[in-house]
Design a protein around this ligand. Structure first.
Ligand code: NAP
Length: 550
């Protein structure tokens, strides 16, 4: 087998994996398990993906630790001890590194390696990947595990390079950390990252100014140490709990399915329910209060108004409270944030909220920020919590094409097209993990990763066992799936929000609802049924490279 380290011949693999995060690592483990030669290529200098890059103060998962972890090894899930209800970034990264060592995954991860292009040779039936450093890799299959929120985006503000202080993006946080003590800090963005970070920076900074374009709903996380009894009980029923999670829309167990419609319940009882969920903390529980919160605007209004009233009661200055109370989208239609002391932070004398919806940021000046009205703010440091080119950004950064003339960037020009979020028509033998058209980002992500990778491994195994070597979705199956994804989204309130689910945070990006919101449970059943019917909607074939050449 030629080795790129001592020869110029391309490395030959069964499967090339793009990404060394939670998805890429599980893909190594699972695909190795069926005897394939695999290797993952990771742009970072360490494994962990999202949890490697997003080191901003307060970074923490908003799904409970006992759920947000791999389920593929009973020993692993029994052994690992999560110290808190929600894992911090350092704790989750430690866990990922433990998994890599425990399952000997590192030897198949190549760090500091960004894939620039992936070209499928239609005749040879092989993918050739090229790295930024010029290395070539050939593989029978490619698994794109490059993440949905892995292309950080700083808005194209005029003058940004002229800023004399230091500036940071939450998704590219310096490893050595940042000390804001005594500094005047500006934070732009109030999504999940901003909401987690703002209370921590407020404790350090001399003065913190938050620029908010859209007020977001945030619920209290109610984080705390992992109770011993809770952990013991959970671990005693781990397998059953994981199985139960598979039967839910968010792939998260432990929350009884709602049975009632919101407006069928008397107001006083409804408020009691919201109050109890608010006290319990977490977002799933709240959105699971009633069956119709994400499909009926009238129903949703009751849950939205409850949270707006909480904000009004927590924030002392009425003007700031009103600015923080979201009114332009139903609760849950943008990613619901979880926080610790977010709203209370605005009661601190050193914190100011500036609404930039009506008076947008016009430019970054050498000393700070200037708004369209001419108002200026001076800072020592600026933090962009401005999000990512979500769901399609990472794949569009790679020049993916085939010798038959298909170009992924062109194919997705009007929005991403996939079948089941798993494959793209015209791009044989290329799988995508939790991509657009899949429910991944709307679920407990690790559960979706495992489900996707298991499906992919089974598909490759099936091909091998039937002497087949090519799989791709039919254009019709792809169009039907995209249509279904849109239809399901249109039957909900999700499209009412300008969210990254819609590509709305990136100027010029097509407004298409990208995730599948029909629920993990329904999606998994559909994937299983497709496989059981001999991969319905896919065309499977045997490609004889020698015959094709003659
Ligand atoms: P985000 O949700 O996309 O938020 C970006 C923020 O920047 C928004 O408030 C946005 O305003 C603002 N913004 C963007 N461009 C702007 C401009 N030109 N002027 C003013 N404001 C601007 O990004 P994120 O907070 O990094 O979160 C992304 C996703 O990552 C989350 O939704 C979640 O799925 C995941 N995440 C999860 C956790 C967790 O598990 N706890 C933590 C962090 C992130 P608009 O809303 O008006 O666009």
């Amino acid at each position: 087998m030629p080795d790129a380290s001592n020869s110029s011949a391309p490395r030959q693999l069964d499967v090339a994996i793009v990404g060394g995060g939670l998805a890429g690592l599980y893909a190594i483990h699972r695909l190795r398990g069926i005897g394939l030669k695999v290797r993952a290529y990771e742009a970072g200098s360490g494994i962990g993906g999202t949890w490697f890059w997003n080191r901003y103060p307060g970074a923490r998962c908003d799904v409970e630790s006992l759920e947000y972890s791999y389920s593929f090894s009973e020993e692993l899930q029994q052994d690992w001890k999560w110290p808190e209800r929600y894992g911090t970034q350092p704790e989750i990264l430690k866990y990922i590194n433990h998994v890599a060592d425990r399952f000997d995954l590192r030897r198949d991860v190549q760090l500091d390696t960004r894939i620039k292009s992936a070209v499928f040779d239609d005749k040879a039936n092989r993918w050739t990947l090229k790295t930024e450093a010029g290395e070539e890799i050939q593989a029978r299959y490619v698994v794109m595990a490059a993440g949905n929120l892995s292309t950080p985006r700083v808005p194209d503000f005029k003058g940004i390079q002229s800023f004399k202080g230091k500036w940071y993006h939450t998704g590219l946080w310096p490893h050595e950390g940042v000390d804001f003590t005594g500094k005047r800090v500006g934070v732009i963005g109030t999504g999940s990252s901003g909401v987690q970070m703002i209370p921590i920076i407020a404790q350090q900074a001399r003065q913190l100014t938050v620029f908010q374009r859209t007020a977001n709903f945030s619920l209290p996380a109610r984080n705390g140490p992992m109770g011993e009894e809770k952990e013991r009980r959970h671990k005693a029923e781990y397998a059953a709990r994981r199985a139960a999670a598979m039967e839910t829309p968010f792939a998260i167990g432990g929350h009884p399915k709602p049975t009632q419609k919101t407006l069928d319940v008397p107001e006083a009882e409804r408020l009691e329910t919201y109050e109890a969920k608010w006290a319990e903390g977490g977002s799933i529980s709240y959105l699971y209060s009633y069956t119709d919160l994400l499909v009926s605007k009238e129903a949703n209004d009751t849950a939205s108004e409850f949270v707006r009233n909480k904000i009004r009661s927590m924030v002392k200055d009425p003007k700031t409270a009103e600015l923080l109370a979201p009114k332009d989208h139903p609760i849950g239609t943008k990613r619901l944030c979880l926080d610790t002391n977010y709203y209370e932070t605005y009661n601190r004398p050193n914190v100011t909220l500036v609404g930039v919806r009506s008076d947008p940021i016009q430019e970054i000046t050498p000393t700070g920020v200037k708004l369209a009205s001419g108002a200026t703010y001076e800072f020592d440091a600026l933090v962009f919590a401005t999000g990512f080119d979500a769901m399609t950004g990472a794949l569009k950064e790679i020049d993916v094409r085939t010798t038959a003339g298909a170009v992924l960037r062109d194919h997705w020009e009007g929005g991403p097209l996939t079948y089941l979020g798993l494959m793209v028509s015209g791009f044989p033998n290329m799988f995508v993990v939790t991509g657009p058209g899949s429910p991944g980002v709307k679920t407990q992500m690790i559960a979706s990763i495992e489900q996707h990778v298991d499906w992919i491994a089974d598909a490759i195994d099936h091909l091998g066992k039937h002497q087949l070597d090519r799989i791709e979705p039919t254009p019709k199956a792809e169009m039907d799936w995209v249509h279904h994804v849109n239809q399901v989204a249109d039957s909900t309130l999700y499209p009412l929000a300008n969210s990254w689910y819609m590509g709305a945070n990136i100027p010029g990006k097509p407004r298409v609802f990208m995730p599948y919101v029909g629920g993990f449970d329904r999606y998994k059943k559909q994937c299983d049924a497709v496989a059981a019917k001999g991969y319905e909607g896919f065309s499977l074939s045997r490609h004889d490279a020698a015959a094709a050449r003659s």
